[in-house]
Design a protein. Sequence first.
Lengths: 331, 329
Amino acid sequence: MNKSIGFQLPKRFSPPVIAVILAILLFVISTFFLKTDTGLAGMINRGKMIINITAFLGLIAAGQTIVILAGGEGIDLSAGTTVTLAAILTAVVADKSDARLPLALFVALSAGALVGLINGIGVAILKIHPVVMTLSVSGVTMGTILAIYRGAVQGGAGPGFNKFVAMPFTIGNVNFGFTGAVVAWIFVSIVLWFILNKTQFGKHLFAIGVNRDAAHLSGVRVTRTAILAYVLCGVFTAFGGFIVLGYIQTVYFIIGDGYLFPSIAAVVLGGTVLAGGEGSYWGTMSGALVLTVLDSILTSSQVEERARLIVLGVLLLAVISLYGRQKALRQ
Amino acid sequence: MQQIRRFFTKKTFVFSIVLFILVILVNFAMQYANLGLDKFEKRFMFLLDNNIRGFIPLILLAIAQAIVLINGSIDLSIGNLMGVVAAFLVTQYSKDDSIARFLQVFVMAIGIGVLAGALNGIFVSLVRIPPFITTYATSFVFSGIAMWILPRPGGNMPEIATTFYRTMLPLGLPMGMWIILIIMLLWLVFRNTRFGAHMYAIGGNEKAAFTSGVSVIRHRMSVHMIAGFLAAFAALALVLITGSSDPRIGATMTLDSVVAVVLGGTPMSGGIGGVVGPIFGVLTLGFVRNIVGFANVDTWVQPLVDALIILVALASPSLIRLILKQARK
């Protein structure tokens, strides 16, 4: 009877909650540590800025979440070049005009789907290890970009698109301080939540992530679901690249490289199990937040690339040691 | 038909040897077309000697990768690990160092390689993180360390060592041939030991090996340390050829090592394979790239051709298997 009365701590914090707490802690500590803007107003502004930047990583890590959930050691190491590909195609097709933006979006997403389809066929039908398959597809994608554009890409994002992505979004006269990128991020998170939790594909995805044989025996088309997971991954990653282009306006050839490792780390930080079948996109979102806060600290304290690589690698190892461990053979 | 198929599944390297012979013939023909017919012997020696000497680092890495894969693990940090050791080697020497100093530093370099391998091993076997993510994470740590030791391309090697390695022809046979021969002999001894047998057992079925009393943790740990040990030798071979090093050299060689193993017919699922396949895998990969080099492909198109070769190489064993399966039906 009295069960509903009284405050109860949950027995075990879930990884997404831990990640959010970690992000806030890091953020508060860094405010004092860096001595940038003290005071509540300054802190809130900085917080909004960080969320605005997180949107890009969050969008790109959406696809990564899907393939990791699908299990079978699934991972997408071609995410970086897919971002580059989508950004370049958007720049070329849109060519600094807002009118052609829908067409550019369509082309970018189709290209992402194609890359995902190739990944999916290699992994699910030819049974090539996802790491090796996606890594070599990444090489092919980059090779294609270089062969076609020969080091110079014309075009870019239109002014309206850039304004939407980079400037604070307003409804009427109210300004929340969040950019259109955040709005896109929220939109994608709702779509992904719907796909993962409300559709048959979502249920099948979790099923093949947990146990492929059991899923097969209960009538799930394992190969088809796995391929579809990679295709969707390509589409979401390409959408991330599309939004990134709106932010930076003109492209260069390594635009997406920096997003690859964080996209995986964000998924893992958010508690999605690398073996598949367990996790959520909201976990990935909080993981992306932690990484962005950390990155802002490393950037503003002017840490060199080599130290950043080591910090990221050690962080990933430490986090997986906490909640990504496999079962012992004894059990 | 049954027998032929069994032969192919058991002797995993047959596919790679057939491919190798094909590729080397094309190579030979192309060199003829490009360089003319004279001095057959010299040309032949060049083909085997200089080329294979250059392939030795990747051969060693591919063998390290093969051993790890046979054991049912994977090492995505192997190239970067080699990069760390290579960076260490070239920063420790000056041009006129003696052989004694050379050996002293090299022993330390092997220690670094084994230690780095042990780091992978600890996380894979004791902490039980999936190997592909462990080694992916450590690859970043290693590349950071390599950049720390050697911030930009450069460095020195003692001239005695480099000239010895580059010009030595023991018994008139190419140096690379000797190294491959020694590796094969060592492998023959190694795989017939208790340790070797257990390594295959774990790769075939981890759980079964554990229940029959094999210490999976200890073996997996050792396997990653052996990989580090071999990567240290790969680093030595690399810096002896080039005389300097680049901190970013390792990244591309990791994928190459896996591709070479798969091309050599060793499946990535573990439990089957050997070192003969990977060796021929590397030689095939190397000679195919030679062909691309001879064919005068546009520089902007070259990365695409290179990547496509890798993709086709990865896909072809599975494709052949799929086709065989269809044909049986």
